[in-house]
Design a protein around this ligand. Structure first.
Ligand code: PEP
Ligand code: CO
Length: 373
């Protein structure tokens, strides 16, 4: 959680958000949960994807239209191969806060607070930019409202694209939590929120917040987590074990998935958990080359193939995939139709955080997944 040096300003922002329009409606969130119940039962496949981090500089209308088109292109390939309808969930309309492994960033002799996403501070390398400013939450909220309205218009009467983001910045999330007529609490910042790999302490504030909302909740499951921890998180987040409520997102990386995931799937099967399992083949496959984060398409493919094989062996539905992808022709991941040599990354390396697949790489990956079914 960021430190805000003006508590009165933080409070004023929280009050404004609490009185502001919800970004999404409880009814929309409830619809996603019904759709996710089909995913959990193996009757649909979840395609979740988008930017690692949205930016206040995004040209919203253009971005939304092109991301929506990328979902359709991937849907066409996936639904044919898998023989299932595809549920679309984007990382958009609220994906502004980033967990960081280091609190500061040093460039030469200068050390400043790390960039934590546009909803918290600025990406520019200056003391003023890197100061946590609560008023950024208001800007993120407005951009999200605009993004969701644009997304709805872009889809027309077709399959909707639901929204999702990491439930990280609790002052923002709590201020946008609303009660429905039946007294149930919903996060109205996005349809699905997920618990990040770095904030999954069972007694921590993030788990506590996510345990109180009705929305679909994702849980990143990664290296070092054991079966007891996964089962305890599931019990805490959804004691009623409802199909469609919880999504476990395996993000081990190609090097560790085979050693670590089978025992966890075995445990969730033995416990009769109705949670769905999807794979995030991005966050366990990040490398640093010459100070820049990169991901290789071949590691991403190996991770996904291992996930399908393990799920099949354990009798679990391989329910979905979670990708970082851009509708722009970026050069951030190596391989496939993208750059092959690290020196080619310079051309269009634009991400505010992690490397994303470009449309060619993402669509080819959809074919790869379709071929695994
Ligand atoms: C993310 O999905 O952007 C992310 C930070 O993931 P994880 O918590 O799995 O590292
Ligand atoms: Co990321």
């Amino acid at each position: 959680m960021p430190h805000y040096d003006d508590p009165a300003l933080l409070l004023a922002v929280e009050e404004q958000l609490a009185a502001a329009a919800p970004v999404v409606t409880p009814a929309g969130c409830a619809r996603l949960r019904e759709e996710m119940a089909k995913v959990a039962k193996g009757e649909a496949y979840l395609l979740q994807g988008g930017d690692c981090a949205e930016s206040f500089n995004d040209a919203v209308a253009d971005r939304v239209a092109r991301l929506s088109g990328l979902f359709d292109a991937m849907d066409g390939v996936l639904s044919d191969g898998l023989g299932l309808p595809i549920l679309h969930v984007a990382r958009i309309g609220g994906q502004f806060a980033k967990p960081r492994s280091a609190a500061t960033e040093a460039r030469g002799p200068v050390e400043l607070p790390a960039y934590r996403g546009d909803i918290i501070n600025g990406i520019g390398f200056s003391g003023e930019e890197r100061r946590a400013d609560p008023q950024r939450m208001l800007r993120a909220h407005l951009q999200s409202v605009g993004t969701v309205a644009t997304l709805k218009a872009a889809r027309g009467g077709r399959d909707p694209v639901y929204t999702s983001h990491e439930g990280l910045l609790l002052p923002y999330e709590e201020a946008l939590t609303r009660q429905d007529e039946d007294g149930r609490w919903w996060a109205t910042s996005g349809h699905m929120l997920w618990l990040g790999y770095r904030t999954n302490d069972l007694d921590g504030a993030h788990v506590d917040y996510l345990s109180g909302i009705e929305n679909v909740v994702g849980v990143k499951v990664g290296p070092g987590m054991d079966a007891d921890q996964v089962l305890a998180l599931a019990e805490r987040l959804d004691p009623r074990n409802r199909a469609g409520k919880l999504l476990l997102i395996a993000r081990f990386g190609a090097k560790r998935i085979e050693a670590e995931l089978p025992a966890l799937m075995q445990a969730t099967q033995a416990a009769g958990l109705n949670a769905a399992w999807s794979v995030d083949p991005m966050h366990g496959n990040t490398e640093t080359i010459e100070g820049r984060k990169v991901r290789r398409v071949d590691a991403i493919e190996r991770d996904i193939a291992a996930f399908f094989a393990i799920a099949r062996a354990q009798g679990v539905h391989a329910s979905g995939v979670h990708l970082e992808m851009s509708p722009d022709d970026v050069t951030e991941c190596l391989g496939g139709s993208g750059p092959t040599d690290p020196s080619d990354l310079d051309r269009a390396y634009r991400t505010a955080c992690d490397p994303r697949l470009n449309p060619g790489q993402a669509t080819a990956l959809a074919s790869f997944i379709a071929g695994l079914a």
